[in-house]
Design a protein around this ligand. Structure first.
Ligand code: GRF
Length: 206
């Protein structure tokens, strides 16, 4: 199936630091990424990424999940995105699992970045999982989000070595450098309409 986003309007969902959001915003600002960040949503009012978005003059929304069940919260997020006619949703350190109803509302229109070479080490603490397993290489993955945990079709991956003296902090930092290049590039590839999903494979045309 060819993926053809109807516009270049993207929405970012984040919960914390926001360094991937910053990389995306810098990509847009420099012209390297042809996209418009039409909305930044955070479930955490104190997320540094939310403040960064405000400082950049972007439209931001904080939605608290307190007292809401998952479906209700997700519907509120989805409504904000639909209202701004978002064509592609980019999860950037969004620390919530999206409900099947949300995913079904945006088929093949949600991307995530994960700090491991999926399908290895899905879920939390991926860098520590990689260290504990003793792998020699790890990295990061940008993938479409489906109803599985970090299991959707893979758009791009980058590899980093795991060094003998690494701890979770040093490995995370090495991976993060790659994330910041990989995510804007993957978003650009998807927005440009060059992706085709064939089963589990994402085929990218030049
Ligand atoms: C990154 O490691 C990303 O791969 C994972 O969450 C972290 C978010 O970091 N999904 P930041 O908020 O973008 O700095």
């Amino acid at each position: 199936m060819r993926i053809r986003p109807p516009s270049r309007r993207i929405g970012i969902l984040l919960s914390g630091r926001g360094s991937n959001f910053d990389a995306i915003a810098e990509g847009v600002a420099s012209g390297a990424l042809d996209a418009e960040i039409a909305l930044v949503v955070s479930d955490r009012i104190d997320a540094p990424g939310l403040e960064s978005a405000r400082t950049r003059g972007l439209e931001v929304v904080h939605l608290s999940s307190a007292g809401l069940d998952r479906a209700t919260f997700d519907q509120a997020v989805a409504d904000e995105l639909v209202r701004r006619q978002i064509a592609l949703i980019c999860l950037a350190g969004f620390m919530r699992i999206l409900s099947p109803g949300f995913i079904r509302r945006f088929p093949n229109a949600v991307l995530n970045i994960h700090p491991s070479l999926l399908p290895a080490f899905p879920g939390l603490d991926a860098q520590q999982q990689a260290l504990d397993h003793g792998v020699r290489f790890s990295g990061c993955t940008v993938h479409f989000v489906d109803e599985s945990l970090d299991g959707g079709p893979i758009v791009r991956q980058a590899v980093v070595p795991v060094l003998p003296d690494d701890d979770a902090e040093s490995l995370s930092a090495r991976i993060l450098v790659e994330e910041h290049g990989l995510y804007p590039d993957a978003i650009d590839v998807v927005l440009s309409g060059r992706c085709e999903i064939r089963g589990r494979r994402v085929v990218i045309r030049d």
